[in-house]
Design a binder for this molecule. Structure first.
Ligand code: 0PR
Length: 365
């Protein structure tokens, strides 16, 4: 550290210079995060110093976390779901595995995840000492439910389905997984970190939530399509009592037990997540999602006119292409299989799509 502090103006001019090195969201085509909604930014600023790690000191903020869980539970057709605000999909997935492992104490636990699973599941298995078994995908990059029989055995503590896969934007056949999980008496966790804030707002929602009786837990991230500030995730569970298996005693806090992974936890992004849901309502979210889906369709149709076929028709707003030459001047990511990938987040507006297609026409002239 410096011996003597830096004058504020110098400090902020240094910070600005660093901030200018960042890309603006306008040029970011492959992120699952987006510019926070203005009401999220306003709510975040109001709750900047709040700490949900000691909820008795911040009962108002803690009540907002309860309301967020209630709203998201209702969105997933289970208003009485248990839940808490996590730091994002990674923490939610780790905690879901912790619960599943506690509920079925076997000596050599394994989990079965689709090959499309996010890398956070690898971290969860490493931390928890669980074997990760990978189920193959069908031609449309969804989990091949037929292939699961050979993988699930009596040491399987959890089966995972994905709603909005990171790479291809696909929704696994959760109804099939739910039947299978019930038949085999296995905990079923749904990673809807991305799609949880998309699928319920589609014209024809695909069933994936607590209405399917085999679904035990769901992760859904307000800091992705929920347009909240970072970090804002949420883990929901069918039976609120599941969390009691994770409780540790916290004698000197205002609450005597804690089931969360983090101790100190931000209230600001939780207030922000709640604010967006409340401000937009179902109607507003449907409009946002309809726009993103329309832009996804337009991008796919446009790219195909340049000889870049879609890898698959996505269930949510992630578009992937066979395309060796990406549009000049844009940074796009590639999937493990090499497909060019664009996530049509709310900041990827129709104007941005047309600009990308315009630059494609230069690249492919
Ligand atoms: N589950 C799914 C299906 C995900 O797509 C992700 C992250 C996670 C879990 C983990 O969530 P957290 O990162 O909140 O813990 N998906 C994005 C990805 O890995 C995250 C991301 C967002 C990456 C913005 C880059 C970026 O610019 O691609």
């Amino acid at each position: 550290m410096r011996e003597v502090g830096c004058p504020e103006e110098d400090l902020f001019s240094f910070l600005s210079s660093k901030r200018r090195e960042d890309l603006g969201y306008r040029n970011i085509l492959s992120s699952m995060c987006t510019s926070p909604h203005p009401v999220a930014a306003r709510a975040h600023a109001m709750f900047l110093e709040t700490n949900l790690g000691d909820p008795g000191l911040f009962p108002g903020t803690a009540a907002l976390e309860g309301l967020l869980v209630e709203r998201l539970g209702a969105l997933m057709h289970h208003p009485g779901a248990g839940g808490y605000a996590t730091s994002g999909g990674t923490e939610s997935n780790i905690q879901a595995f912790r619960i599943a492992k506690k509920l079925k104490p076997v000596q050599f636990p394994n989990v079965v995840v689709p090959a499309s699973a996010h890398f956070s599941f690898q971290k969860a298995c490493d931390i928890l000492g669980i074997e990760m078994r990978t189920a193959s995908l069908d031609a449309d990059f969804r989990i091949d439910a037929e292939a699961l029989d050979g993988l699930v055995d009596r040491n399987t503590v959890c089966l995972v389905g994905i709603v909005g896969t990171t790479e291809y934007g696909m929704v696994d056949p959760v109804a099939r997984l739910s039947d299978l999980a019930e038949e085999r008496d296995v905990f079923l966790h749904i990673d809807a970190a991305f799609g949880g804030m998309v699928v319920p707002f589609l014209d024809r929602p695909i069933p994936f939530d607590f209405r399917l009786s085999g679904v035990d837990s769901i992760s859904v991230d307000p800091h992705k399509m929920g347009m909240s500030t970072i970090p804002a995730g949420c883990l929901l569970v069918r039976d609120p009592d599941y969390f009691s298996s994770l409780n540790v005693e916290t004698p000197y806090l205002t609450v005597k037990r804690e089931c969360t992974l983090a101790g100190t936890r931000p209230g600001a992004s939780v207030a922000a997540a709640f604010a967006v849901l409340e401000y937009l309502g179902m109607d507003g979210m449907r409009a946002v999602v309809a726009g993103c889906m329309e832009n996804t369709r337009r991008l796919i149709e446009g790219m195909e006119t340049f000889g870049c076929p879609r890898a698959v028709t996505p269930d949510v707003n992630v578009a992937t292409f066979s395309c060796d030459r990406p549009p000049a001047g844009w940074r796009v990511s590639r999937t493990r299989a090499g497909h060019m990938r664009i996530v049509c987040m709310p900041h990827v507006t129709r104007d941005v799509i047309e600009a990308v297609l315009n630059d494609m026409s230069d690249t492919h002239a």
